[in-house]
Design a protein around this ligand. Structure first.
Ligand code: B16
Ligand code: MG
Length: 217
């Protein structure tokens, strides 16, 4: 078999969006405004810098460069403290079954995430060693929908992009996979992720027959 899989992290393997939301919301509240869950939807898959720019514009705030850095650092410290006690039980339902199948059948898989916290999160989940490659926010210069993160992952898997299959929960991520020439599988609302080649609400809806089918394609 000569195909490989690339997983997004947040929203695919683990649900960290709620912790990002709580940490950004606390920061916004300290600055005197609030952010809603609907607004948080728009931050999914978006880099840390762009998230903060977006949030400050919602709050009609302009800050100095130093203050911008300080806000990013303190939000991240708050976020890290909220995810500190993550373990295997935090894997999203159905994910373990797929990872076990891939590991047992020696099918290589990589991470392709915008997060700069990907490694400590994977470590907490107890699955860091199982990835052939981990490409995250520390390795890229261009954010999704730019395909950079997935193209680097393909290279590290030693596979041409057309032989890579991407699992993504964000519109920008599905777009990035499509631009890269990879098979895209949307995890979440199919009306939102309508550009994906296949759609599933979550990993409990994905059976091993489907995985075998796309690996053969
Ligand atoms: P960090 P993904 C993304 O991860 C999140 O969806 C997004 O909400 C977050 O702002 C971004 O990572 C950066 O995360 O602050 O941890 O570097 O979905 O691409 O795995
Ligand atoms: Mg995501």
């Amino acid at each position: 078999n000569s195909k490989g899989i690339i997983f997004d992290l947040d929203g695919v393997i683990v649900d960290t969006a709620k912790f990002h939301y709580l940490a950004w919301r606390k920061m916004a509240n300290d600055l005197g405004f609030d952010i809603t869950l609907e607004q948080n939807e728009q931050l999914k898959g978006v880099s840390r810098v762009h998230s903060l720019q977006q949030i400050l514009s919602w709050g009609n705030k302009t800050v100095s460069e130093t203050e911008f850095e300080r806000l990013m650092t303190s939000k991240n410290e708050d976020y890290l403290s909220r995810i500190a006690h993550m373990d295997e039980a935090d894997l999203l339902p159905g994910v373990k079954k797929v990872l076990d199948y891939l590991t047992e059948n020696n099918i290589p898989f990589a991470l392709g995430s915008a997060s700069k916290n990907a490694r400590p999160i994977l470590k907490g989940l107890g699955i860091e060693e199982r990835f052939t490659a981990i490409v995250d926010g520390n390795d890229v210069t261009k954010a999704k929908p730019d395909p950079e993160v997935f193209l680097i992952a393909a290279e590290e898997l030693g596979l041409p992009p057309k032989d890579c299959i991407v699992f993504e929960d964000s519109v920008a991520g599905v777009e990035a996979a499509n631009i890269a020439g990879m098979l895209s599988i949307g995890i979440g609302d199919k009306d939102i992720l309508k550009e994906a080649d296949y759609n599933f609400a979550d990993f409990t809806q994905i059976d091993i027959d489907f995985i075998e089918k796309i690996l053969r394609k």
